[in-house]
Design a protein around this ligand. Structure first.
Ligand code: PAF
Length: 286
């Protein structure tokens, strides 16, 4: 696996693969890779002949008081994991390479409909940062397909909307959330948790599952269900940002007649913000 740091080298390597008739897959990441990322690369390698991964801690998607400076940078370990998972080319640019004109006044991509809800309302500008950098990566690599994890459910929806509405010629493939044995969704930010917080963290998923079971059993008073679980999560020591039952595709607040649902949560444990979700389709028994 080669690592390149410039757009010029990236384009040259991808062009070579194209000339050989290869299908190109892209797995965009911010590094500090775990088994969830490895699963994205494995899927990419099953679906395409040439897998490009990117590692770029994108300043544009971090708020002023967020963890841009402390976000773990672990390039050597990441390279090893990518190689093991079947990656062919790693693009690991600097901030200057990605944003040579700086970030002020930059042309941006906004998926307006979905970006200001949920995480977007708590992290203003976050999804514009994501859609802008993902668009740039798509333009640089021009992949046939790109893989994203379902753990970042809203991000996936925002990217799908961007691709569809801007006619981007790339197929978006989603990969199920990878969880630790105790149910905690793997995340690069889990490393911030203290031992005590780490022991508590899987409770979030337990609550999502309990809500999902209640809805499957017939509960339709989503407001009451949410309030009940918010109180319980708070009592455990979380500071919930939101807990919502939404339509799985539109992400609009769920109506009692909706059958395809997603329950989404964001909650702080200390200074660490955890997100998770559970998808349930009342027609398929998922
Ligand atoms: O999910 C992430 O790691 C990031 O948001 C992404 C998609 C790589 C864009 O920076």
């Amino acid at each position: 696996m080669n690592t390149v740091k410039t757009v010029r080298e990236l384009r040259a390597a991808v062009a070579r693969a194209r000339r050989e008739g290869k299908q190109i897959a892209l797995v965009p990441t911010m590094g500090n890779l775990h088994s969830g990322h490895a699963a994205l690369v494995t899927t990419a390698a099953q679906q395409a002949d040439f897998v490009v991964a990117s590692i770029f801690v994108n300043p544009l998607q971090f708020g002023a008081n967020e963890d841009l400076d402390t976000y773990p940078r672990t390039l050597a370990a990441d390279q090893e994991k990518l190689l093991q998972a079947g990656c062919h080319l790693l693009f690991a640019p600097t901030v200057e390479e990605m944003y040579p004109n700086g970030m002020t006044g930059l042309t941006r991509v906004t998926a307006a409909q979905l970006s200001n809800e949920l995480c977007g309302s708590r992290r203003p500008g976050h999804f514009d940062g994501v859609t802008t950098v993902v668009s740039k990566l798509f333009n640089m690599v021009q992949p046939d397909l790109a893989i994203f994890g379902q753990k970042d459910y809203q991000q996936l929806a925002v990217i799908r909307a961007m691709v569809q509405e801007l006619n981007m010629p790339v197929q978006i493939i989603s990969e199920p959330t990878v969880r630790a044995e105790d149910g905690l969704a793997l995340s690069s930010r889990n490393g911030y948790l203290s031992e005590e917080q780490r022991a508590l963290a899987p409770a979030l998923y337990q609550h999502l599952k309990a809500m999902s079971q209640a809805i499957t059993a017939g509960e339709r008073n989503y407001g009451a269900l949410i309030n009940q679980h918010v109180e319980q999560i708070q009592a455990l020591g979380f500071r919930p940002d939101y807990l919502e039952v939404r339509h799985a595709l539109t992400l609009l607040p769920a109506q009692t007649s909706d059958r395809d649902l997603v329950i989404l949560v964001a909650a702080f444990l200390g200074n660490t913000r955890l997100i998770d979700n559970v998808h349930l389709n009342l027609d398929s028994g998922l």
